[in-house]
Design a protein around this ligand. Structure first.
Ligand SMILES: Nc1ncnc2c1ncn2[C@@H]1O[C@H](COP(=O)(O)OP(=O)(O)OP(=O)(O)O)[C@@H](O)[C@H]1O
Length: 345
């Protein structure tokens, strides 16, 4: 008898990603003759980032099962955010579970969570910094994250509510981070499948109380927002939102390329942006060029919002002699003799 369908599904998702990693990091190694001595690089190491929750425990179990079959070493990291009493003991428990799965190396990393950007963003920043450092320290070529299709749907809705364009509708990428370090094998898989796979394998899981805490935006969305949407629009809404993410990502990537190519054609010999040429471009392309120019001039990308760019855009499309526009990072945008000048003031 084969594995439970949920277990088969999580393993297949992980196997696909490990195949990609193998092709990227050890190209051709599978073709080398086995009886001739050669200096093969050490087998690649893939880490799983595990909170102890159902998604990442399912991921850890699938990694532990699939990696050895492909000659990949598999380890696991858990991050202790120190936000609840006894979180250190819990982190040790998670490490114990990763060891039981046969993962090595395993590590629990304690981080200090700051306050910047709110509790969720601060915890996330601290977590990714710790995972980055761990990947470097262990020489890992990839870190797997347990985000599911449901997480993706939530991310799309959060982006939609921010009103900031298709880039934020594109959710999380299957591959992201420096050198494509982070991989999300479960992005097409629903949360229920991960949970069922844990049950079928009798894996103990831990439900983070933060996930149910209505103080967190994502938690409210998960427990109130999405169920209400499903009730109104039908069960397919999660899948549709995840599909929206992929379509939006493709569109946003295409527009970024277009803007990159168009940028050279709207600059004069001195490199200044020509308002008339900008005016002739489609708004989506023009605004991307304006955004890039603002970032190049020193505006921090994270503080530059759609409303800032819209205001700069009005120097082009709604010109009535308005004054300089102040942008984050002390960057100033102003129109001077048919040219748009964006620089740090
Ligand atoms: N404390 C942590 N330590 C290590 N990795 C984590 C931690 N928290 C989250 N992650 C990683 O980020 C992914 C997404 O985080 P998120 O907070 O959405 O997950 P979660 O709700 O805690 O659930 P789960 O562990 O079931 O994925 C996790 O699947 C896991 O890969």
């Amino acid at each position: 008898m084969g594995p439970h369908p949920a277990v088969a599904a999580i393993r297949l998702a992980v196997r696909r990603v490990l195949h990609d990693i193998l092709i990227e990091h050890a190209p051709g190694s599978a073709d080398l003759p086995r009886d001739v001595p050669h200096d093969l690089p050490p087998p690649p190491l893939v880490l799983v980032a595990c909170s102890g929750g159902a998604d990442s425990m399912a991921l850890a179990s699938a990694l532990a099962f699939e990696a050895p079959k492909l000659g990949i070493r598999a380890g696991g990291i858990t991050v202790d955010h120190g936000l609840q009493s006894g979180s250190d003991l819990r982190a040790d428990e998670v490490v114990g579970r990763l060891v039981d799965l046969g993962l090595t190396p395993t590590e629990s990393i304690a981080v200090t969570v700051g306050r910047d950007g709110g509790p969720e963003a601060a915890a996330r920043d601290a977590r990714y910094a710790a995972l980055d450092a761990a990947a470097r320290r262990h020489g890992a070529c990839a870190v797997l994250l347990g985000h599911t299709r449901d997480d993706q749907a939530e991310t799309v809705l959060l982006g939609l509510a921010r009103g900031s364009g298709i880039r934020s509708l594109s959710g999380m990428a299957a591959v992201s981070g420096t050198g494509g370090r982070y991989r999300r094998p479960f992005l097409q898989l629903d949360r229920q499948t991960a949970r069922k796979a844990c049950m079928a394998q009798s894996l103990p899981v831990w439900d983070d109380p933060h996930n149910a805490d209505p103080a967190y935006t994502r938690s409210r969305l998960r427990h109130e927002g999405l169920p209400a949407l499903e009730k109104a629009l039908g069960k397919g809404v999660v899948e549709a939102l995840a599909r929206t993410a992929q379509l939006s990502r493709d569109d946003a990537d295409a527009l970024d390329v277009w803007a990159g190519q168009a940028e050279a054609s709207v600059r004069d010999a001195a490199g200044l942006l020509e308002c008339a040429k900008l005016y002739a471009l489609p708004p989506a392309v023009r605004r991307r060029i304006l955004r890039r120019a603002a970032i190049e001039a020193g505006a921090p990308a994270g503080s530059l919002f759609a409303r800032h760019i819209e205001e700069v855009d009005r120097l082009i499309t709604g010109w009535r002699g308005q004054g300089a526009i102040n942008l984050p990072g002390k960057v100033v945008a102003q129109r001077q003799g048919g040219r748009l000048v964006i620089r740090q003031g």
